[in-house]
Design a protein. Structure first.
Length: 280
């Protein structure tokens, strides 16, 4: 990946992390840990890969994105705001009763959201439907979905995985945000999902494994998925829950906890310093 492009993606991702913290802090609730772990990939998709236009967010030929792990909505909202789908001053309204940014993505309220999600396991099924629709109508748009590693304990995920393979949906990419932490502990302890790679291979998918925080690896994986024909692609993205905020990193309790004022100030100070270094 070009160094200048990578630098801009890092800057955007850092700003998105600040948006995540801003939103969850003001809401006094939400899910910062899993939002911070997947935001690099969402940033990459919207700023360097997907065919999307904020000026025409319902364009028939646009690529689609489904946040199957809908509780990570703060990450999606932060990126959509940076991309220009709606004003950045909406971010502090997260989860307010009259806000257009609800706790899970809603097509009804939020510009740029392609699918309302939140009930875990269902997002990938919707993504399958979108990808099949493109195939049946002869359109060339692509569909991307992000699932949590805890989410893939849901049986519906594997029904969808089987279906996507059976229909040869090579225009579908499912990213597994593998931070190994869910609300009750590690995935291995709660209900082991491992080996994730071998399971998707057994269900007939092309599988790529990456570091979820390396834009070089992210770029290579999505470009390889675009070129691969005949099977859907699963990208197993090894990530760090709470990535970018020192006291949140790899700590299970930040799955669904909002920072208090002191914690908010520390997080924003850390991210502001990181942004300053990136922009230098």
């Amino acid at each position: 990946m070009d160094a200048a492009v990578k630098k801009q993606l890092k800057i955007k991702a850092c700003k998105a992390r600040m948006g995540i913290i801003e939103g969850v802090y003001n809401a006094k609730s939400g899910h910062p840990g899993g939002s911070l772990s997947c935001v690099d990939i969402i940033t990459y998709l919207y700023f360097n890969h997907m065919n999307v236009d904020p000026a025409d967010d319902k364009a028939p030929g646009r690529d689609r994105f489904v946040l199957s792990k809908g509780h990570a909505a703060p990450a999606l909202y932060a990126v959509l705001a940076l991309k220009g789908f709606f004003p950045e001053d909406w971010i502090p309204t997260l989860r307010k009763s009259d806000s257009k940014l609800q706790g899970h993505p809603s097509m009804r309220y939020t510009p740029g959201v392609d699918m309302s999600t939140g009930s875990l396991g269902q997002g990938i099924s919707a993504a399958c439907g979108m990808a099949l629709g493109a195939k049946l109508s002869g359109e060339d748009f692509r569909v991307y979905t992000i699932l949590g590693d805890g989410e893939i304990e849901e049986g519906q995920v594997w029904e969808a995985a089987m279906y996507a393979s059976a229909k040869g949906l090579d225009n579908l990419v499912a990213v597994i945000d593998n931070n190994n932490l869910q609300i009750d502990g590690t995935c291995a302890e709660v209900n082991s999902v491992y080996p994730i790679n071998e399971k998707f291979k057994a269900f007939g998918w092309n599988v790529i494994e990456i570091d979820a925080h390396s834009f070089d690896e992210i770029d290579a994986a999505f470009n390889a998925a675009k070129e691969f024909k005949g099977k859907p692609t699963a990208i197993i993205a090894k990530s760090i829950k709470g990535k970018g905020v020192s006291y949140m990193e790899d700590v299970c309790s930040w799955h669904g906890t909002a920072p208090n004022t002191e914690q908010y100030q520390q997080a924003m100070a850390e991210l502001s310093e990181a942004l300053k270094e990136l922009e230098a």
